[in-house]
Design a protein around this ligand. Structure first.
Ligand code: PA5
Length: 423
């Protein structure tokens, strides 16, 4: 399978500044590989995962699929974004449309959201999996309690236990204690992998397998991304992102042209935001989906305050095409519009949007990086995950921050607990 390609459209001075950081990037890469830093278990996780570990995940997923029309994945942040990204991205969401439906909860405290979820589950067989490294995060804990109650009402306690799964720390935390006590089928999150870098561990692999995704292929893709060529591309991209920050850009708009990639961008926003946004540093990552956002934010991108760069995620071979000729001559646009569309595919127009937008935004001076993923296969997903993780880790180290902690996330939790009178 061909790899990930990166193309840069920006002033030569920015690329020269990035070149000057090449040695530092290589040094930081060596540090990452040496594993002397905390929470860097993700660096070679895909290479070290055993066939036995893969089979264990597949067996649990097979059991869930056999008895459930729906699986509710309960988690927040790094404990659900990667799984959701995979289910939407791979085959452009095709896997989720077959067999067990994967639904998500635990990332908000909206009663209306959860009531609507309960309604969706009405009359259907379902199971739940709580994913939490700490085992004590409030949002998933509350969603879990609500869904456990529903399970018990429907199936009774013993069957509810058989339909409750856990992915959590191997030994610590409330969820591990409960899983051991009640005998839930469970998997462990490696202790040296933090939440947002955990999608290729059981955190992401179990929901993916339950969704019908070939997790062996996902891991193969991640291993392929560790090639010399792609590693060099990550180091270069990290240096360019640092050079763009140094040049004063404060925002990175990460956009795509396939809606099935939107959730993957949400995953990148957490990865970049939580890893790089500290010590008063970092570019605020924000997502965009095109063409949609060209008709909402496009005006700002073209003529607004030029505080941003753009990273475009493109797919070399989209999951499908749709030729207008397949549907007959379009009526709506009249004869001239018909002549423009007739016999041409949607992908040709989508590429023209990408190229037209790039030209227009370059004329406004926006630095643009285009990252082309080969396709929307399971391999390409694994490959892209590792690519962005490595780029992020190196960018953070180039910025002089710890890309593997998230001390700022705790602040709101403390305030919330003070308001609720908890500890
Ligand atoms: O990246 C991270 O560490 C966080 O986003 C966590 O994944 C998130 O806060 C959820 O934590 P936990 O898995 O402990 O419930």
């Amino acid at each position: 399978m061909s790899g990930i390609k990166v193309d840069y459209q920006m002033d030569g001075a920015l690329l020269a500044a990035a070149d000057a950081l090449a040695n530092d990037a290589a040094r930081h890469y060596a540090t990452l590989r040496s594993r002397e830093l905390d929470y860097t278990g993700w660096v070679d996780y895909a290479a070290g995962v055993t066939e036995g570990e893969i089979s264990e995940v597949k067996d649990i997923a097979g059991e869930i699929r056999a008895k459930s029309d729906a699986l509710i994945v309960i988690g927040i942040g790094g404990s659900y974004l990667g799984a959701r990204a995979a289910c939407d991205f791979i085959g452009a969401g095709h896997a989720t449309s077959q067999g067990t439906e994967i639904l998500f909860a635990g990332f908000n405290l909206s009663a209306a959201y959860h009531r609507a979820l309960f309604e969706k589950l009405d009359g259907r067989d379902f199971s739940i999996v709580q994913i939490s490294k700490s085992g004590g995060t409030v949002e998933p804990a509350m969603a879990y309690l609500a869904l456990r109650e529903l399970l018990i009402k429907k199936y009774g306690e013993a069957e509810a236990d058989a339909r409750t799964y856990a992915v959590t720390d191997a030994t610590g935390g409330a969820l591990r204690a409960e899983a051991s006590e009640r005998g839930y089928s469970s998997l462990s999150i490696p202790s040296d992998i933090g939440g947002r870098y955990s999608v290729l561990s059981p955190v992401g692999l179990l929901p993916m397998a339950a969704c019908g995704i070939d997790i062996g292929a996902v891991l193969r893709g991640a291993r392929e991304a560790a090639s010399d060529e792609e590693t060099a591309a990550c180091l270069r991209l990290a240096a360019v992102r640092r050079a763009i920050q140094d040049a004063g850009k404060a925002v990175e708009v990460i956009g795509c042209f396939e809606p099935s990639v939107d959730s993957f961008i949400q995953w990148i926003l957490q990865l970049y935001g939580e890893s790089e946004g500290k010590d008063g540093k970092g570019m605020l990552p924000t997502g965009a989906s095109f063409s949609r956002d060209l008709h909402s934010l496009g005006q700002f991108f073209q003529q607004g305050n030029q505080i941003f760069m753009e990273t475009l995620i493109d797919i070399a071979e989209p999951a499908a095409d749709l030729a207008i000729g397949d549907l007959g001559t379009p009526q709506a646009g009249g004869a001239s519009a018909g002549a423009l569309f007739a016999g041409r595919g949607m992908n040709e127009f989508n590429s023209a949007v990408r190229d037209g937008m790039t030209r227009a935004h370059r004329s406004a001076g926006v630095p643009i990086v285009t990252i082309t993923l080969p396709d929307q296969s399971a391999e390409a997903f694994g490959r892209a995950v590792y690519f962005f993780e490595l780029t992020c880790g190196i960018t953070g180290l180039l910025m002089g921050v710890d890309p593997f902690n998230q001390p700022g996330v705790e602040a709101y939790k403390k305030e919330m607990m003070a308001i609720l009178g908890g500890k």
